[in-house]
Design a protein around this ligand. Sequence first.
Ligand SMILES: Cc1cc2nc3c(=O)[nH]c(=O)nc-3n(C[C@H](O)[C@H](O)[C@H](O)COP(=O)(O)OP(=O)(O)OC[C@H]3O[C@@H](n4cnc5c(N)ncnc54)[C@H](O)[C@@H]3O)c2cc1C
Length: 474
Amino acid sequence: MTVPMDGHDVHLSEALIRDFAISLKGSLIGPSDNQYDESRAIWNGMIDRRPALIARCLDSTDVAAAVDFARSNHICLSVRGGGHGVAGNAVCDDGLVIDLSGMASIDVDPERRTVGAGAGALLGDLDRTTQQFGLAVPAGTVSETGIAGLTLGGGMGWLSRRYGLTCDNLISVEMVTAGGEVLRADDSSHPDLMWGLRGGGGNFGIVTKFEYQAHLVGPTVLAGFLLHPIARAQEFFDFYGRYTADAPEELTTIGVIRIMPPVSSVPTDLQGVLVAGTGVCWSGDIDQGRRVLEPLRNYGAPLSDTIAPIPFVEHQAILDLGVPAGLHYYEKSENLPALTPDLIEVLVHHGEQVSSPYAFVGLFQLGGQVEHVAEDDAAYTQRDAAYSLIMSAGWEAPGKADIHTNWVRSFWKAVQPFSIGGGYINFMSHDDGNDRVEAAYGSSKYARLTELKNRYDPNNLFRLNQNIKPTQRV
Ligand SMILES: Cc1cc2nc3c(=O)[nH]c(=O)nc-3n(C[C@H](O)[C@H](O)[C@H](O)COP(=O)(O)OP(=O)(O)OC[C@H]3O[C@@H](n4cnc5c(N)ncnc54)[C@H](O)[C@@H]3O)c2cc1C
């Protein structure tokens, strides 16, 4: 097999590939295998890449062998956790995909309230297992998202304001380095690396196991959605901005504008209707939550109020149907300060023009414990943002891509004057360049990340990510 790499052809002999396959406990998949197409498909159907090989690894030794294979044969490598990265960096053309989906074990230590999770685990795996012990690790909002990419970029969701980002709850990792060594890192043994892994993405190595701090949550939370007519969006978000500014940390909300999708979790009379509103999750005492939520629920005349006690695990999957795998997706994000009437006007104006029932505006409410971690304590940046805004387009036909990508781009341009200076790296698309990555971290953090990259991956073996460019090649 001959594959192009950086303008050269690399020849991988049959014997070389066979020896690599034999060395793996997992399997090696090539273009002629039946599972090839399903194995290269990821959540974003817009990404259609054809890797030379896919190594389905089963443990850190397999991952180390795969890293050695890519490095020593000078081929490109990509790392696939849950395959939910919208940029599509989990798959590469002509190189080796290191697929971690077979490494999804979850071990809970209920005494210490810690959780060990294989890097291929999905959020649903994590939630279902931890909730058996009445515990949860703060993570994201869609159960099919991979824990790996989510954790390494930050990880925000329904528990962030109460217990911090996912990366704030990261205790230790097992990681395969660019040199193919298996390394165990925590705050005592590798403090700089841990600093970088808490928000610096997949730049420094391939994490094979995460250890997290878990917290007592549920099993029941008070959660659901409040939806208002789009015609009253401006007034609603004005009230929402004031309400959320003083909200207790047990409450996390996600403001939303979208055409409600044609899925079973949405009442039929609202399917296809453009609405503005908020999702909420109160993870504290239920009666107290009812009192706290009263002003929000009593505001205006919502079209729908589904807030009720619900199993935490169920709420964690409630958004799944609205973001089906395989559609084409494009998104951008920006960190925002508190909502002002001018900013709301921009959000509503562009929100009213959402390009399809799978496009949406999401305002992840931050603050609380996210803000209580000092800015310099982790690579994750702009902890003082009040909201992380996501502008996301999803569509079925590839032919109309421009309509959707243009909606996102013009929206993103319009919020620039309000931005506090960057966006969330986990919501970046394939065409967000290095300037956006630098902006996400700011110049001093980016410089510190570059030093770390120089130390752990000077030749940029791990480059298919929101890339920190090394400056000292060896
Ligand atoms: C439908 C949907 C909902 C989402 N909701 C949220 C949300 O609520 N909150 C939130 O914070 N984010 C959310 N995200 C964004 C999510 O955090 C990122 O897409 C994240 O990258 C997903 O991780 P993954 O492992 O599934 O991705 P993958 O596509 O598998 O990986 C993405 C990148 O992460 C890196 N990576 C993956 N695994 C490893 C590893 N083991 N070691 C080193 N690097 C690795 C690689 O650079 C890889 O290219 C959502 C995304 C989607 C598509």
